[in-house]
Design a protein around this ligand. Structure first.
Ligand SMILES: Nc1ncnc2c1ncn2[C@@H]1O[C@H](COP(=O)(O)OP(=O)(O)OP(=O)(O)O)[C@@H](O)[C@H]1O
Length: 706
């Protein structure tokens, strides 16, 4: 299932995963920190770290005693006069802890700063400059990596016993920078090939600006993780060296406290108060820094934050409100024979979507990406979904396949799938196992980015077989191999290509291979979200023709999304037009083309060249799609609509049924079709065969309104 999960992950993101997640650099630093701190665990980590930092700063001033001063109260357990007890010589352990906090923090932070600076300088420079510079710096890092760091640390520390904190910082930094440098080099190598870095280079930006603005912000999570990890590591290393007597044991640190406890046999004499506080301080500070680290990581990489939600919680988050699960047997339905042409009067509904609402929920606000969407898909039908970018088409596709991920949330609606035997299934009520069977067996998905979803190190045939193994475990190896050959043949890939790796195939072949994966289990529905956008028009047409030929042969239904309206009209039986998250018009493709009933549909059609007939001017639609978070009152299309009138600001139009002169019916969400609409502005069409007329006439000539 490597392929499937890769395909899903890819489709979710719509892009290859970032090496370091997506740095959310567009937000102000104050907001960034507020969001980081909002996570309770991160906040706990930050608070604990701040307490330790505060104690490190003020420790020597609030220390009740001189930490080295001896007294008569030898080996005293914690009491009111010595809150953490005393050592064998009567020294106050609380005072030693407070002085030690400063020394340990100085070593931790100092080593982290020096190590991180060295790692960033070497790693980013090597990765970005490449060539000889990279080779020299990589060699240097590799030499330091193969040096055994523990003995080296011990030897260096032994030679610098009285150099104090600075010596320890140098020892830790010299032995620890190479790992970070290697990771950052690899990240930089990957980032420098990314389009946004190439674009910055093409615009002539200076190298140092590209590194500071484009490379480093995308590595913040890695750098932060390395920094905080080094703080903890340095405090532990310092404690270990001190414990072994390899540092100046007269300088108070948590490590020297442990050293003196050990040489005085505190463990044997039961003087637990001598070593427990220092050990606890190191453990608690390490945990706190790790919590901060996780918080930064999750914030910097929003995908990680979503992935961090447990499966059950994620499921709850994805479908927050659904009706009672409904699985009822409708009585036997005579399955539509494969290859039988779809007829517009068909009532054999396979997918029934009712009042679907999908919101993106973030920072307490909701973006209603899909609102009150209802449609039916019939067996063998091709439903084309049209609309400008941002109108909610992909969100709808993800929601009906239940592939949407937080922050997307289905807050209302019902999706009912009717099986070939007539039984109906509530798609929103399915659990993970049911979904797993539903997807690919009943409904498969081909997304825009699917052609990048093939695993580069697996042969294409193996990847198709993977899906079969997961869903048909009883199939023998020979049966699977035969099925792979059959599938490749169906999509027009020669059988001997089963042994090819994805990079050995053209883009069109890779996309066909993904379609073969989609067909592997004979699904009843295929959802295609811009499946050929990345391909040139010739290959695009070949693939689309293949899909349509297969549809006619195998009898599946298709939900097809593309920006290419001409293609959509040509291929679809029915068109649904989305605007501002709603369906604003549905009609048979031919009716839609000849008599668009919504002013938006007319605008869309006027933006495309006609399929035939005389040349005409492409007018397009003025203005931009609405911000879904701040939709205008009434009809969302009103600000751009040349036919808007007063009532459009007050009422959100429902879908009105409109019957054309030849009896064809459309449904349009426009008040011009409501009773009492002004006759001065009518969205009529010419009912001509030469494509839509974009002019406005003064009569509602297109059909009667109901
Ligand atoms: N992860 C997200 N978080 C918040 N809002 C999102 C997210 N993904 C999409 N949106 C918003 O949801 C709306 C619908 O987006 P969607 O991708 O479904 O539109 P679309 O019609 O498929 O666009 P396109 O044709 O460009 O793919 C847009 O306003 C978009 O900004």
């Amino acid at each position: 299932m490597a392929l499937q999960s890769a395909a899903l992950a890819e489709s979710e993101s719509g892009a290859a995963a970032d090496p370091a997640g997506e740095a959310t650099t567009s937000q102000g630093p104050a907001r960034v920190w507020l969001r980081v701190l909002r996570a309770p665990l991160t906040l706990t980590g930050v608070l604990i770290t701040l307490v330790f930092l505060f104690l490190a700063v003020i420790g020597p001033w609030i220390s009740p005693y001189d930490p080295s001063a001896v007294s008569d109260a030898a080996s005293a357990a914690p009491s009111a006069s010595h809150l953490l007890g005393t050592t064998q010589n009567g020294q106050d352990i609380l005072s030693q802890m407070l002085y030690g906090a400063r020394a340990s923090m100085v070593v931790g932070l100092g080593a982290a700063v020096v190590t991180t600076v060295l790692s960033v300088l070497v790693g980013v420079t090597a990765g970005y400059v490449g060539g000889l510079g990279d080779e020299a710096l990589s060699l240097l890092a590799n030499v330091f990596l193969v040096l055994p760091s523990l003995p080296l640390t011990i030897i260096l520390a032994a030679y610098l016993p009285h150099s104090g904190s600075l010596g320890i910082i140098l020892v830790i930094s010299v032995t620890g920078w190479a790992w970070g440098a290697r990771v950052l080099r690899a990240q930089t190598l990957s980032l420098r090939k990314r389009d946004f870095v190439e674009a910055a280079r093409a615009t002539g930006e200076k190298t140092w600006r590209i590194i500071l603005k484009d490379i480093l912000p995308n590595q913040v999570a890695v750098i932060a993780a390395a920094f905080l990890g080094t703080v903890t590591g340095a405090i532990l290393t310092q404690a270990s060296l001190a414990f072994l007597g390899l540092t100046d044991v007269t300088q108070w640190s948590w490590g020297t406290i442990l050293y003196w406890a050990q040489v005085s046999s505190a463990l044997l004499t039961g003087a637990w108060w001598w070593f427990v506080p220092a050990g606890l301080a190191i453990a608690v500070l390490g945990t706190a820094l790790s919590l901060v680290n996780f918080g930064i990581d999750e914030f910097i990489n929003p995908r990680l934050r979503q992935a961090g939600i447990g499966t059950k919680k994620a499921q709850r988050a994805q479908v927050v409100k659904r009706r009672t699960k409904r699985v009822k047997q409708r009585g036997p339905v005579v399955a539509r024979p494969a290859g039988a042409p779809f007829t517009p009067d068909s009532t054999d509904v396979i997918l029934d979507v009712r009042d679907l609402k999908v919101d993106y929920v973030s920072d307490g606000s909701r973006t209603p990406a899909v609102s009150d969407v209802s449609f039916t898909l019939r067996r063998g039908e091709v439903l084309g979904i049209a609309g400008e970018s941002g109108s909610g088409k992909s969100t709808l596709a993800y929601a009906i396949t239940r592939l949407h991920k937080p922050p997307a949330e289905i807050s209302q609606g019902e999706i009912v799938y009717t099986k070939a035997d007539g039984g109906t299934v509530d798609v929103l009520g399915m659990d993970e196992d049911e979904l797993r069977d539903f997807r690919w067996e009943e409904l498969s998905i081909v997304f825009q980015s699917a052609m990048h979803a093939l695993n580069p190190i697996m042969r294409v045939g193996e990847q198709i077989e993977d899906v079969i193994i997961a869903h048909r475990p009883r199939m023998t190896r020979q049966e699977r191999a035969a099925r792979v050959v059959e599938l490749l043949g169906i999509v027009g890939i020669p059988a001997d290509r089963a042994g090819s790796y994805p990079h050995e195939l053209s883009g069109g072949m890779r996309q066909r291979a993904m379609i073969a994966v989609g067909l592997a289990l004979d699904p009843e529905i295929i959802v295609m979200d811009e499946p050929t956008t990345a391909l040139d028009v010739v290959i695009q047409r070949q693939i689309i023709e293949k899909i349509m030929e297969l549809k006619d042969r195998l009898g599946f239904s298709v939900v097809f999304i593309t920006h290419d309206l001409s293609l959509l009209i040509e291929l679809s039986d029915t068109i649904a037009v989305m605007y501002g998250g709603k369906i604003v018009e549905t009609a048979a493709a031919d009716d839609f083309y000849r008599r668009p009933q919504h002013p938006y549909s007319r605008g869309l059609l006027a933006s495309f060249p006609t399929l035939g007939g005389p040349k005409r001017e492409l007018t397009g639609i003025v203005g931009s799609p609405p911000d879904l978070r701040r939709l205008p009152s009434g009809c969302a299309f009103r600000p751009r609509c040349p036919l808007a009138f007063d009532a459009c600001a007050a009422e959100i139009p429902r879908l009105y049924q409109v019957t054309g002169p030849d009896g064809g019916t459309s449904r349009a969400a426009c008040l011009l079709h409501a009773e009492g609409a002004p006759k001065s502005a009518a969205p009529n069409g010419p009912d001509a065969t030469d494509g839509p007329d974009t002019t406005t006439t003064n009569e509602l000539a297109t059909g009667e309104m109901r």
